[in-house]
Design a protein around this ligand. Structure first.
Ligand SMILES: Cc1cc2nc3c(=O)[nH]c(=O)nc-3n(C[C@H](O)[C@H](O)[C@H](O)COP(=O)(O)O)c2cc1C
Length: 165
């Protein structure tokens, strides 16, 4: 299991703190608190990580037939990597479709990525790709379900980052 900052000087902190366990998947919350939009496949690793954060979150539908998510508020995107070691396909198609919508894209303020270190240099590259395309910081990388330390760091870092946007 590897927990690492996305880049030198990454925005999220390295100091863990006590974790919260409120369930995610709710958009109830004030505009002054961080909000997430996330994608997760049927294996639901990312969904479980997001739930452990206890931050208001909305899920991008798994399949096109499940509908389209439109958001009218600022959020941080949480995206798993799916390229099988390649750039092509690294960002899930449903996430690309979501970000191709200008309003959705404009409200994206940062990206957190998930992956598996077995993919070496392609670890969490979905976050790098979204960061470049949308022009937002790649805030954090976590592996698979994430560790308790990842949960604490992201909770704390989200609060800090949110106060700067
Ligand atoms: C087909 C496939 C391709 C993947 N490709 C990558 C990759 O290129 N880089 C990476 O870091 N992780 C890769 N992963 C690992 C996933 O990002 C990781 O399992 C993630 O936790 C999946 O999240 P989800 O269960 O929420 O969909 C891949 C996983 C699968 C099944």
């Amino acid at each position: 299991m590897c927990a690492e900052a996305a880049q030198p000087g990454a925005v999220l902190p390295n100091q863990p703190e006590a974790s919260k366990t409120d369930p995610g998947d709710s958009i109830v919350g004030s505009l002054s608190e961080p909000r997430l939009v996330y994608f997760s496949s049927a294996t639901e690793n990312t969904a479980r990580f997001v739930k452990r954060l206890g931050v208001p979150a909305q899920r991008i539908p798994l399949r096109p037939k499940d509908g389209f998510l439109s958001v009218d508020y600022d959020y941080i995107l949480v995206v798993p990597t799916y390229g099988g070691g390649n750039l092509g396909g690294a960002v899930p198609k449903q996430v690309i479709k979501f970000l191709n919508n200008e309003t959705n894209r404009n409200h994206c303020k940062g990206v957190i990525s998930a992956g598996n270190t077995n993919f070496g240099k392609a670890y969490c590259i979905a976050g790098d790709i979204v960061s470049k395309k949308v022009g937002v910081p790649h805030l954090y990388k976590f592996e698979l379900l994430g560790t308790p330390e990842d949960v604490s760091r992201v909770q704390e870092g989200l609060k800090r980052f949110w106060s700067t946007i």
